[in-house]
Every structure is written in structure tokens, then in C-alpha cells.
Design a protein around this ligand. Sequence first.
Ligand code: NAD
Ligand code: UDP
Length: 331
Amino acid sequence: MVGMKTALVTGGAGFIGSHLCERLLAEGYRVIAIDNLYTGSRENIAPLAQNGGFTFIEADVCDLDSGRFLVPGHIDEIYNLACPASPVHYQAAPLKTALTSAKGALFALELARTSGAKLLHASTSEIYGDPIEHPQRETHWGNVNTIGVRSCYDEGKRFAETLASDYRRTLGVDVRMARIFNTYGPRMDAQDGRVVSNFIVQALRGNDLTIYGDGSQTRSFQYCTDLVEAMRRYMALEKPALDGFFASHGLGACVLNIGNPAEYTVKELAKKVLKMLPSSSSRLVARPLPGDDPRKRRPDITLARELLGWEPRVQLDEGLAKTIEYFRGRV
Ligand code: NAD
Ligand code: UDP
């Protein structure tokens, strides 16, 4: 174990968290995953548990005190991913979601401050709300309803960004933020409720695909391994380089869009899924549009390209095919 780096991943039993843990273990890290299993599962991390370098701690980040949280040895990197991400799940527990965002970020920031670890905080395109600028650049301040049904998530994540920026400015904590755009792939939960998993599961079951509203709203879909690659490249950079880069782009904090800029309407996505599953008897059915559903979403990834030398590699057809294969064995 001497010379091994240690990474701590909150939300490590979730969809993205489990892919990140897998990648870190493959790179030779010792990995500690913390999760309360609200939307994550033991199944997601079962293959990782075979690796002697992997430790799972079932705990709620809202209950953790960084001063008492003991990790044997030094922590090198912290990834703060704990938070439900699907509108269905975060709106089912809005108070808990807002608190998880705030207290989870505080726990991760305090742990980074006291241990000297680098921290990557998972922020979201939701901080742009129903964006006024399109595509969205990091300099856009966003357009968020503070009292709507999505605000527990959007404002929780915005507060976490504020906390992280002030920890960096006033206390010198080495925190970087990734504004993640809609990400999909294997290990999403069949009950997750987000559009990609819903459409695939519905089509595989022969149920009708539920189009919320008229389906003209857009999203930009990123495959999970592209995100993990960007996160690893981002974490590898050192604080002075990040400070210089973001300051030169007029940003007072390290905040980077990570997404795939290929933009689709929800209806286009549904048709694509049905085309890939031609034997499905499913049709498209209209359902009411949920409150405050953003009209459009597309990341401007100029900064990520420049800083990380990164580009999404897996386009929608390929990513959907892999995700369909995953769900085929499960539903
Ligand atoms: P997910 O729901 O699969 O993962 C979240 C994980 O956090 C789950 O395992 C859940 O059990 C855990 N968790 C929730 N509350 C917790 C708490 N209080 N204490 C400990 N663990 C807790 O969702 P995901 O898509 O993997 O998202 C991971 C992170 O990435 C989230 O922070 C999310 O906001 C962010 N993100 C995801 C997307 C996306 O499209 N997938 C987009 C933007 C941001
Ligand atoms: N959506 C849909 N049918 C579904 C699930 C979602 O039409 O079964 C729509 C939803 O209204 C939104 C888009 O798909 O406009 C993306 O929703 P998702 O929950 O995946 O993520 P969001 O980007 O809204 O957080």
C-alpha cells in the first residue's frame, strides 16, 4: 500500500460515482466510497468490493463531522458527488436534497482544508436554470427560480458553488468545480426517472415512451466514461495553473462545463431510442411538463477543451447502444 494514492468519493455507490471509483481503482488508487444508498446501490459497487483497495462506508454526508472523520493515512483527492440528481428523486425529498448539497459540500471542503487534499465538487448545468444564454458559458450567471420545485437541487448546488468559491478565496482550499451536463450510461437505476433511462426501459418493456410537454425542449447528452475522463484530467492539474487559467478567462473560481455539446430535442431522443429497438411495440405519449423544466441546454466546452485537452468521444448512438445493452439484461 506504500506509495498508493487515496481518493475519497462521496456518492460513490451512485451511477457516476461507481464509474469514477472503478476508474480510480484501475489507476491504482486506494478508494473510499461514502454513500447513504438513497439512490445508489450495493449492486453498483459489488464488482469493486473484490478489489482490496476499495472500502465502502454506508453513511449520510449530512451526519459526518470532518473533524472526527478518520481515514487511515493521507487523503490525496476528494470527489464530492453525494446528492440525488434525478428530478423525480430530488423532488421526492426536497429538504434533504438542499441540505445534502450544503452540508455535503461543507463536509468535503472542511476535509480538504484539514487534510490538504485536492477536491473536485460535482456541480451541475442546473445552476443555469432556464438559461438566458445559449449555449451556456461558465460566465453565465443563470436564471433560477428560487422558490420552485427544482430549486432544492438548483439552489442547493448554487450554494455549494458559493461555499466552494469562498473556501478557495479565503482559505486557499484547492477546490475545483465541474458543471456536469446530462450524463447517462450503464448503472443508471431503472427507476431513476431521468429521460434516457426512462425511454430505454419503457421501450424494452413495450410501454409507451412518456414525452413531457410537447418534447421540443432540448438537452445535450454525455456518456459516463467521457465525464470520468474529464474529471480525472481536471483533478490532475495543480492549483497555480488552475488559478491562472480561470483568472485569465474572467472567472473568479475554478468552474468548468463538462458535457457533450450535441443537442437533441426530447422527441428526437425518443425517436432515436425506438429506431434502435425496432421490435418494440412502444409509441410516444404526451404527459404534462413538470414545473420549471428548462427549455434548452447545451454546454459551451471551449474552456474544457483548452484546459484539459479533452473532447467527448462517445456520441449518442454509441452511448445509447451500450446503455440499451446494460438495461436489456435487467428489465
Ligand atoms: P445518483 O443519484 O446515481 O448518485 C448520487 C449518489 O449520492 C447516490 O449513490 C446516493 O445514494 C448518494 N447520496 C445522496 N444523498 C446522500 C447523502 N446525504 N449522503 C451520502 N450519499 C448520498 O446520481 P448521479 O447521476 O450519479 O450524480 C452524481 C453527482 O453528479 C451528483 O452530485 C449530481 O448532482 C451530479 N450531476 C449529475 C448529472 C447527471 O446527469 N448524471 C448532471 C449534473 C450533475
Ligand atoms: N423527460 C421526458 N420524459 C421522461 C423523463 C424526462 O420527456 O420520461 C424530459 C424532462 O421533462 C426534461 C428532459 O426530458 O425536459 C430531461 O429530463 P431529465 O429528468 O433527464 O433531466 P433534467 O435535465 O430535466 O434534469
